[in-house]
Ligand binder design. Structure first.
Ligand code: ATP
Ligand code: MG
Ligand code: MG
Ligand code: MG
Length: 575
């Protein structure tokens, strides 16, 4: 590719709404261009990255025996009624109507359609196992689209669905996918962790998230440096024994009003039977800055009533007062599928004092209850004295330094970006949709299913969060828009420079290197700044002076300075 023919559009300034570095750099480097909230054009430079991500995903999915197909973005609502998700999914599901007033959804994922295909096409156990996948546009009307491609509303996902004859075989299919995911994320060249995730109502351990480690990640993950234990916070908390744990909860127990610190006490306090109407108490924080500091905090004490089944709600399970955890307001809203106004009562008589970045001291005289007349409870006391800031290490049920569940060491906590998710589904969808095949005993049986997602457009953003400096992006070779840029200096003045650049460009192309020749005639400073911003990992600079010594300059994007290299040796540097 020649830069003069390609499309390069870099910006000095990041857009005002860009909070995280990947969003800033992707916009400045001209990879994406915003069209609406959470909706982006993938510009030519960005599309090259996305295509490389897709190619790796496709190769490894094919290698793992999955079969590619494509399902429609717009899907008839009938199928979504069969599983009940048309109504259950809440506002994240975009529902639309055609000219006849028929309901459709824009796919946020495709379990219904693939199960419909399976029940028609997979008639016998002899056709199993089968794994179908697509790399396709998704739409989720995220409550708070942000961070550019990281949490878009329209995005590209690779989603795969496995169909098996029984549980054992389904678990084998799951393992094949989990392995394929490791290969895929290894190839991207990113630091990531596969963490156990909550498999919801189905139970069992067959759900893992693939988390790219980054301080700006929205997810907290818990791991043990002394062993291979790793889980997302939600899973770790679900497993953690109820009761006072960690410095925070101990501090809390210490400072709580006597007699008001257990679940039973809370129920008594609220005047409701234990485990019936009080399903959960959730403390929510909101709005963290890029540096992870809370810029705005809202704390809600939720009294949930019987219409919410806590088992289906992934935010804080609250076995006792000591068992609460923080969730983001967004998380809470996502899971409950309703607006804060509905969630709230939830006023505070007094402003909260923020002790540290994530901790909020509990205070007296809360008003809580649902957002309905006569459902408020006033004068609730959670604790009279503010705990010492350093005693409130973390208001979670699981905190750093806790013993790892495998007993092999202490837990550590870090942040991650969920780029992939593998999930054993069991017969949830096949039963809802009456999707059966004939078993070897001649009887119909429900498919055992699994689903497996990768955030194709989230991945480049995660890669940037992990790989950048003050000058711009630093792509891993595998997903760089171009692997090598050839930068001739003074091409218009020097025949030797021009000829060498053209020749090197042709040689690299012939060797299968993804190279771009910057023949735009930019001044060296502007030219270098562009490529450093765009983040092409290998740069070869050709100038008259060094050419006289028979060399060109090679610089990796991470190198502090260029080194002189004979033209003939360049290939060895960039391959
Ligand atoms: P999150 O917890 O970030 O909302 P999710 O758990 O809802 O993600 P899944 O349903 O597991 O997402 O979808 C599979 C993958 O799709 C995720 O692991 C993630 O990489 C990607 N993904 C999900 N939502 C978005 C989004 N709004 N923008 C970009 N990628 C997304
Ligand atoms: Mg989500
Ligand atoms: Mg998730
Ligand atoms: Mg997920």
């Amino acid at each position: 590719m020649k830069a003069s023919q390609f499309f390069i559009s870099t910006l000095k300034e990041a857009p005002a709404d860009a909070e995280v570095v990947s969003h800033k750099l992707m916009t400045r480097a001209g990879l994406i261009k915003k069209l609406g909230a959470g909706i982006y054009n993938y510009m030519p430079m960005g599309l090259r990255v996305i295509r490389k991500v897709e190619a790796i995903v496709r190769e490894e999915m094919n290698r793992a025996g999955a079969v590619e197909l494509t399902m429609p973005v717009v899907q008839p609502a009938e199928l979504w009624h069969e599983t009940g998700r048309f109504d259950k999914m809440g506002p994240e599901l975009l529902r639309i109507q055609d000219r006849h007033g028929r309901d459709f959804v824009v796919q946020p994922t495709s379990e219904e359609v693939i199960t419909d295909i399976a029940r028609q096409e997979l008639k016998s156990y002899k056709q199993l196992p089968k794994n179908f996948y697509q790399i396709q546009t998704k739409f989720r009307d995220e409550r708070r689209p942000r961070f550019g491609l990281m949490r878009g509303r329209e995005f590209i996902m690779k989603d795969a669905y496995s169909f098996d004859r029984d549980q054992a075989s389904a678990k084998a299919s799951y393992q094949i996918m989990a392995q394929a995911y490791r290969r895929i994320f290894d190839r991207f060249g990113l630091t990531y962790r596969a963490v156990a995730a909550d498999s919801g109502a189905i139970g069992g351990d067959l759900s893992e998230e693939f988390q790219v480690i980054a301080a700006t990640g929205e997810d907290a993950i818990v791991y043990c440096p002394q062993s291979d234990y790793a889980a997302n916070m939600e899973k770790a908390e679900a497993l953690a024994p109820a009761g006072p744990r960690g410095a925070a909860t101990q501090a809390l127990t210490k400072t709580a009003t006597p007699g008001k610190s257990t679940c039973a006490d809370v129920a008594e306090l609220l005047g409701v039977p234990l485990n019936t109407t009080v399903k959960s108490l959730v403390l929510a924080t909101d709005e963290t800055s890029e540096a992870g500091e809370i810029v705005k905090t809202q704390v809600w004490l939720l009294l949930l009533r019987g219409d919410h089944d806590m088992n289906e709600i992934k935010v804080g399970k609250v076995p006792g007062l000591a068992g609460f955890r923080f969730a983001t307001v967004g998380e809470i809203e996502d899971h409950f599928g309703c607006k804060p106004g509905y969630l709230g009562p939830i006023g505070l008589k007094k402003p909260l004092k923020i002790v540290a970045d994530r901790e909020v001291a509990l205070m007296a005289d809360w008003i809580c209850g649902a957002n309905e007349v006569d459902f408020h409870i006033t004068g609730v006391n959670w604790g009279r004295d503010l705990p010492e800031p350093d005693a409130v290490a973390d208001l979670r049920n699981v905190v750093a330094g806790d013993r790892s569940p495998d007993g092999k060491g202490e837990l550590a906590i870090e942040r991650g970006i969920e780029v992939g998710h593998v999930f054993y589904l069991g017969t949830k969808y096949s039963k809802d949709m009456n999707a059966t095949f004939l078993g070897d005993d001649g009887r119909p049986a429900f498919f055992e299913m699994g689903c497996y997602g990768i955030g194709v457009t989230r991945l480049p953003a995660a890669a940037i969060e992990q790989n950048h400096d003050e000058r711009g992006i630093i792509w891993p070779d595998a997903i760089a828009p171009f692997t090598v840029v050839v930068c001739p200096v003074g091409m218009d003045r020097s025949e030797a420079v021009k000829a060498t650049a053209e020749q090197l460009y042709a040689d690299l192309l012939a060797a299968g290197v993804d190279v771009i020749l910057d023949d735009r005639g930019e001044r060296p400073g502007a030219m270098f700044a562009d490529w450093e911003l765009i983040g092409v990992p290998h740069r070869v600079t050709i100038g008259d002076k060094s050419l006289k010594d028979g060399v060109v300059e090679y610089q990796h994007r991470r190198d502090p300075a260029a080194t002189k290299v004979a033209v003939a040796d360049i290939l060895a540097h960039v391959k």
